[in-house]
Every structure is written in structure tokens, then in C-alpha cells.
Design a binder for this molecule. Structure first.
Ligand SMILES: Cc1ncc(COP(=O)(O)O)c(C=O)c1O
Length: 249
């Protein structure tokens, strides 16, 4: 069947030609492993570091707060499991909402099986959480709030600045799934008191199979995948250099 129009840019976007052109050399002539000590490896490493700085700049973070992953789902898993496990001596209670993407909901279910307790906030008919409800559900042992920035089905934008303020006031780590927001809204992690944020390149004219995670300096979090020393010990696996270059040009 002939396709006339494509409107589902929340599902995925095509790779922009300018992005593709920047990526192509890293499939071919610049194929080096970013961990190699010789020049070819250094070129890949440099390309990753430029991308890291650009991603950081786009959300008002620092480059050392950015970790590259394989997708938005992996970023959510790494953030939520990594933060929960690293902070469990402080408490085992997490607050999220009922309308999160499965990348968050299934991660929370998995943590429940590890002994964490999860509170799932209701939303109103617009898809918004209630800030009063959020404050009421905070407990002494709450270590993490994970609320999405923009919903993937109905497009609701949650009151991120207010959630950030509540989290900071109560000394609770705030993660937000920003997969549907990056590229569509201005994001400032400092202004919004965001401690952790996930994104995925294929939602904003980049390639599939690459994501990024921001975690604020000093927030304890641990790797969830064992292996090499890539991404400052937080995400093992040879870096997807063309993908990373295509995540932010
Ligand atoms: C809100 C939200 N979070 C996470 C994801 C998962 O991202 P990825 O497809 O890169 O794993 C999606 C994908 O649709 C999404 O819309």
C-alpha cells in the first residue's frame, strides 16, 4: 500500500539527512573503538566527548553528568534501578505515576520483586498528577520520585518544576523520563531541580538504538550491567560511536 503521510512522530522520527551525514564516517573510515589507545580510537573518543558536551549543554548539565546507553528504556532502567539499589540503605520507597511508559512501570515491578515498595500516583482526566497527592504519599523512607516529563499517549506535560521543588525540599532524588520531551520543549535540569533524566535519539530525528542518561553529580547510582569500564564504569559495552554522534550533532 502506498504511504501518503506519516503523523506518528511520538512513535519514532526519520533520521535527518544532516544527522546521517555526520554519522556516516563513523561506520567507515573512523571505525575505531573509543577505548583503543591509538589515534583511530582517540578520534572516536573525541567524537563521543563532543556529543557528550552538546547533550549536556542542551539541558544545562555538565558533560560528566551524561552517560550514553542503547535507548530510552535502558536509560530508565539504569536510572531507576541504579539509583534505587545505590540508595537502599536510606529507604526502599519509590513514587511514580500510573501513566508511565513500560520502561518505568516494568522497572518498578522488577524492583518490587527485589523488596522495594512502589506507590503509583493516579492522574486526573487531563493526565496530570496531583501535587498534593504527591506530597501526601511521601514517606520518611522515600528515596526516589520518577514522573515522566511528557506522556507518550496523550501528550500531557507534568508539572516538572513543582515536582522538582517538592523532591528537593524533601531530599528525595527526582528522575524524569524525558523521552517524549527532548526536542520538543526547553529543558533545564538546574532550574527544574531534575536529578536524573532519560532521552532517546530516535524520537528527535536521530537513529534508533542510542539513548542518553543524565544523572546529577553526587547522586549515588550503580551500574546494572557488568562488563568493561566504558561510560565511567556506569554502562559497560563498546560505545555505539555513529549512534552517539547522531544523538546530538
Ligand atoms: C515516554 C517514553 N519512555 C520511554 C520510551 C522507550 O524509549 P526507547 O524506544 O528508546 O527504548 C518511550 C518510547 O516510546 C517513550 O515514549
Amino acid at each position: 500500500m502506498e504511504r501518503i503521510m506519516y503523523f506518528d512522530y511520538a512513535a519514532t522520527t526519520p533520521v535527518d539527512d544532516r544527522v546521517l551525514r555526520k554519522m556516516i564516517p563513523y561506520f567507515g573510515i573512523e571505525f575505531g573503538n573509543a577505548s583503543s589507545v591509538y589515534d583511530l580510537g582517540k578520534n572516536s573518543r573525541d567524537a563521543i566527548n563532543i556529543a557528550r558536551s552538546k547533550v549536556a549543554e542542551s539541558i544545562n548539565a555538565s558533560p560528566e553528568e551524561i552517560y550514553f546507553t542503547s535507548c530510552g528504556s535502558e536509560s530508565d532502567n539504569l536510572a531507576i534501578k541504579g539509583i534505587a539499589r545505590a540508595n537502599k540503605s536510606r529507604g526502599k520507597h519509590i513514587i511514580t505515576s500510573k501513566i508511565e511508559h513500560p520502561a518505568v512501570l516494568e522497572t518498578c515491578s522488577s524492583l518490587e520483586r527485589e523488596g522495594f515498595e512502589i506507590t503509583y500516583l493516579d492522574v486526573d482526566k487531563e493526565g496530570l498528577i496531583s501535587l498534593e497527592d504527591l506530597e501526601r504519599k511521601i514517606r520518611k523512607d522515600t528515596i526516589l520520585i520518577s514522573i515522566m516529563y511528557a506522556n507518550n499517549e496523550v501528550g500531557t506535560i507534568e508539572p516538572i518544576d513543582e515536582i522538582g521543588k517538592i523532591a528537593r525540599k524533601n531530599n528525595i532524588i527526582f528522575h524524569t523520563d524525558c523521552v517524549q520531551a527532548v526536542g520538543n520543549v526547553d529543558i533545564d535540569v538546574k532550574k527544574s531541580n531534575i536529578d536524573s533524566l532519560s532521552m532517546s535519539a530516535h524520537k528527535f530525528y536521530g537513529p534508533k538504538g542510542v539513548g542518553a542518561l543524565y544523572v546529577r553529580n553526587k547522586i549515588p547510582f550503580m551500574r546494572i550491567q557488568d562488563g568493561g569500564h566504558q561510560e565511567r564504569e556506569k554502562r559497560a559495552g563498546t560505545e555505539n560511536v555513529p549512534g552517539i554522534v547522531g544523538l546530538r550533532i
